[in-house]
Design a protein around this ligand. Structure first.
Ligand code: FRU
Length: 460
């Protein structure tokens, strides 16, 4: 029996976003495309919907959107990882998949290797674990999470760490994945910024530059930086937020067989922990996002085209609509699992608000506003739920200058998660927990607005 069946009537469980079969889920781990299958591993507590006893859960997919659960890949069953099998990555070494993860034997957090069979179904931890015996360079015991790449005859890896004051990503190299040479600090946080620990570093080349993505503590927001890498040091020249929503954390990206860089992130719950424990599940993955630098070195985000495979019946589809035509069309929409594609044209100080997950009786609703005058996107959860123990955050962000007079919006609503793509440079993910059905949608505008395109479809 699929353990998810026990949640069949749970109004908050996402249906087309990945969740653990039950229990707790956090970071995506070991993302890899191998022999035609996408593998999603994840931080998993099978014992309950709370953080603890970290395992690597495992699911596979051939299209990035339909996932099949597989047995737990890694469990905390060795002296050096008895307190948790923490985050890491999968690489292909000598034609075989190998996992690098963090083994935790408190207070020690150290890199460990697990060899996979060719099919990525069984895993054998290396006899030499841990493969780095202690953090070098006065780094703290928080020495975890791995990003790796191959260059010439060397494997390189960075980890997330800090020196007690600044966050640091130490760089190492190895030929055999077992003996590692320390090469110095690839990047460390500047004095100007309060970043003490980089969690989940992710490093890759894109469009002739390099990208470093991390979830620094204590901020708990995910940052991308782009800039130059000389083989030892990464010098960022730009930085910005990966996602405007506070629930988004610890993403990981990988390159697939088509050469696309694909990112998946973890979205924490934003309701009281006791509600999560009672629900029996906690944590959800975002949809896969294609990420790439533009020519100016800014990171762009597009939902993976495969997500269209999940689109079902069209509820409304119109072009060149007046506001009142679009309002009428939206009045016929009802659902909590759907996608809205919209291209909205606006001039001057026009404001356009899409009201999502609205309930006429309780007044619950979540709003997304494009303030054309300020070139801002405002995502407001102040009235998302009558349950006071849920997030009431309002996220206000400046849109990229390319938005100008037309905003392209893609809004994925899936029960308690809403992902909002606004133009190519901004994504805002929300978690909402209405106490009523809250399945209605509305459009409210002021000023000069027209709707170039509006498509709403049910999601499978
Ligand atoms: C980020 C994180 C990682 C760690 C894992 C433990 O959410 O704290 O740094 O490897 O989660 O579950």
């Amino acid at each position: 029996m699929n353990p998810r069946n026990q949640f069949a009537n749970d109004p908050h469980l996402p249906r087309y976003h990945f969740t653990a079969p039950q229990g707790w889920l956090n970071d995506p781990n070991g993302l890899v495309h191998w022999q035609g299958e996408y593998h999603l591993f994840y931080q998993f507590n099978p014992h309950g919907a709370y953080w603890g006893a970290m395992h690597w859960g495992h699911a596979v997919s051939t299209d990035l959107v339909h996932w099949t659960d597989l047995p737990i890949a890694l469990a905390p069953d060795m002296p050096y990882d008895r307190d948790g099998v923490f985050s890491g990555c999968t690489i292909i070494h000598d034609g075989k998949p190998v996992i690098m993860y963090t083994g935790v034997n408190s207070p020690h957090q150290l890199p460990c290797v697990a060899y996979a069979d060719d099919n990525l179904r069984t895993f054998t931890k290396a006899a030499q674990n841990p493969v780095i015996s202690a953090p070098p360079d006065n780094l703290v015991a928080d020495f975890r999470d791995h990003s790796m790449w191959h260059d010439g005859e060397w494997w390189y890896q960075i980890l997330g760490s800090g020196d007690g004051t600044h966050a640091v990503a130490p760089l190492f190299r190895s030929k055999d994945l077992l003996s590692w040479e320390y090469l110095g600090r690839m990047i460390e946080a500047s004095d100007a910024i309060n970043e003490q620990l980089y969690e989940c570093p992710d490093f890759f080349a894109s469009n002739n530059q390099h990208v470093f993505i991390t979830s620094p503590l204590p901020m708990r927001r995910v940052i991308w930086m782009s800039g130059a890498f000389n083989g030892r040091k990464f010098t960022p020249s730009q930085r910005n937020m990966v996602d405007e929503g506070m629930s988004f954390y610890a993403p990981q990206s990988f390159s697939d067989a088509q050469g696309r860089r694909i990112m998946i992130g973890w979205c924490q719950e934003q309701r009281h922990d006791s509600s999560c424990r009672a629900a029996g599940w906690q944590g959800v993955m975002t949809l896969p996002r294609i990420i790439a630098l533009d020519d100016a070195g800014a990171l762009t985000f597009t939902v993976a085209p495969e997500v269209a495979n999940l689109e079902g019946i069209t509820i409304t589809h119109g072009r060149d609509l007046t506001v009142s035509q679009a309002q009428t069309a939206l009045a016929h929409v009802a659902g909590d699992s759907l996608v809205i594609h919209a291209r909205i044209a606006a001039h001057g100080d026009a404001k356009t608000t899409l009201i999502l997950r609205h309930d006429p009786h309780s007044g619950e609703q979540t709003t997304v506003t494009w303030d054309r005058g300020r070139n801002e996107l405002v995502c407001d959860m102040a009235q998302s739920s009558r349950n006071q123990n849920t997030s009431r955050d309002c996220y206000r962000t400046t849109l990229h200058t390319s938005v100008a007079d037309e905003l392209e919006l893609h809004i994925y609503v899936d029960h308690s998660i809403i992902e909002i793509y606004a133009g190519a440079y901004t994504v805002c993910t929300l978690r909402v927990y209405p106490t009523h059905a809250a399945n209605r949608y509305q459009l409210v505008t002021s000023g000069d607005v027209s709707i170039n395109e509006l498509i709403v479809r049910h999601m499978a």
